[in-house]
Design a protein around this ligand. Structure first.
Ligand code: ADP
Length: 433
């Protein structure tokens, strides 16, 4: 400021000494005054010119460079220039911070929609867009209810009781279950947070089904045992000896069934909680399969023709107990689901890609639609046949678990009435020399 006053003062002194005095002395006072007015007019014109430049800059595009001035205008333009630079710097910092914040919100595992008091979307991240099948780019500014019309959602937002979250099913994305929570903030603004809980829900359903299945599996034999025990306890004398023997036989049969079920459940639970990868011991395949063959022959009691072919004697790295349990299950199933007179062939072979155990039977076979679900716990094609043959419905679930822990796979080919072929395939790296 003081620089401007100093410059103005120097100008006035300059005009007085360089314009007024010489002209007034040479041509008289009137000419002196006229010369001063002319000098002031020139000065005014010069200022107007700079003012014009400033106005043109102010009206021009934001990134136009500032005009260059002289004298006081140079100082004024330099001051403006400095302020513009500082403001641009602040803006840069602000937009970088905003960008980082946006990136962070985009990276969140939750879907986020910010909407205003009129329930118009102000902002949403990509995850929210995919959860609600809307567009993060084009749907900003749209009314929330135009895009998400599900009655549960509309009722939840309208009720505005956001202490409890909403479990949102049946949106536009099939099979997706979301947990929605609204967080009010600022001046009547709201943040809708959507979390994908489909997986948690699936696990919860599995857990419920599992408990229901186990209870059901135990209830049936327990009812039989309790019924006969009650009959005998009430009036033992009312039954002939051979009747009592038969009842006790049935009680024993059902008790063994429960025992088998509990053993299978314990095996499954040990497999599920066990460390992965499994403890790696050297497992010689041939003796193991020979003893499984012997067990299968006992189970078959001469009703089937059972063979074992070891094409390549091999040892693999793994857990012998687990592998024995898996292979025995496959062999026992082949016996149980093959009618009398059928054939069962166990074949072990190693090749360039690894090794495999194939258990092939000429039994009842399995229709294609059941194949993908066979390894689910308690899944059976024919419930009563499975029970008649002493099945627990957990055998193939155990096989699948054991093979997965050994990085091996189970492949099933089958045709109803023409038999089945179960192949347990081990990767090359499981084989030992
Ligand atoms: P289960 O104790 O009922 O045999 P598994 O898990 O071992 O339970 O097998 C699941 C179902 O797969 C069986 O109930 C049966 O329907 C079918 N299954 C398994 N192995 C065979 C086979 N070799 N031939 C025909 N069906 C089979």
């Amino acid at each position: 400021m003081s620089a401007i006053w100093a410059q103005t003062l120097w100008l006035l002194v300059g005009i007085a000494t360089l314009v007024f005095t010489p002209v007034a002395l040479g041509f008289g006072l009137d000419w002196g005054l006229a010369a001063v007015i002319l000098a002031l007019l020139l000065m005014l014109g010069w200022h107007l010119l700079h003012l014009h430049q400033l106005m043109a800059w102010l009206e021009g595009p934001l990134n136009d460079p500032l005009p260059r001035g002289r004298s006081v205008w140079e100082i004024a333009f330099a001051g403006l220039h400095r302020r513009v630079r500082i403001r641009l710097g602040q803006q840069q910092v602000l937009s970088e911070t905003l960008e980082r914040f946006r990136e962070a919100v985009q990276a969140l595992p939750d879907g986020i929609i910010a909407y205003n008091r009129h329930r118009h979307i102000e902002w949403l991240n990509e995850r929210a867009a995919s959860y609600f099948a809307i567009s993060a780019q084009h749907d900003r500014g749209q009314a929330l209810f135009n895009l998400i019309r599900h009655p549960d959602f509309v009722a939840y937002i309208e009720a505005a009781r956001f202490d409890e979250p909403l479990i949102y099913r049946g949106g536009r994305v099939e099979g997706l279950t979301l947990l929605l929570q609204v967080i009010p903030y600022g001046a009547d603004e709201n943040l809708l947070v959507a979390r994908d809980i489909s997986q948690i829900e699936r696990i919860e359903t599995m857990r419920r089904d599992f408990i229901a299945n186990v209870s059901h599996e135990l209830k049936t034999p327990l009812t039989v045992v309790a019924g006969f025990a009650e009959m005998l306890a009430d009036d033992r004398a009312a039954y002939a000896d051979d009747e009592i023997k038969r009842y006790l036989g049935l009680i024993y049969e059902q008790t063994t069934r429960m025992q088998r079920l509990i053993e299978d459940l314990l095996t499954l639970s040990a497999l599920e909680s066990g460390s992965s990868p499994v403890s790696e011991e050297r497992v010689e395949i041939e003796p193991m399969l020979q003893s499984i063959l012997a067990d299968a022959r006992v189970l078959s009691a001469g009703r089937h023709e059972i063979s074992l072919t070891i094409e390549t004697p091999t040892a693999i790295a793994g857990c012998a107990n687990e592998l024995r349990s898996a292979f025995s299950n496959l062999a026992a199933n082949a016996v149980r689901y093959t009618p009398q007179g059928g054939r069962i062939d166990l074949t072990w072979r190693a090749h360039a890609d690894g090794a495999e155990l194939v258990v092939a039977d000429t039994g009842i076979g399995i229709a294609a639609q059941h194949l993908p679900r066979l390894t689910e716990r308690f899944y059976r094609v024919d419930r009563s046949r499975s029970r008649e043959t002493g099945g627990t419905g957990l055998g193939l679930a155990i096989v699948k678990h054991v093979l997965t822990r050994h990085r091996a796979t189970l492949e099933i080919e089958s045709e109803p009435g023409h038999g089945s072929r179960f192949a347990a395939r081990f990767p090359r790296r499981a084989l030992l020399n």
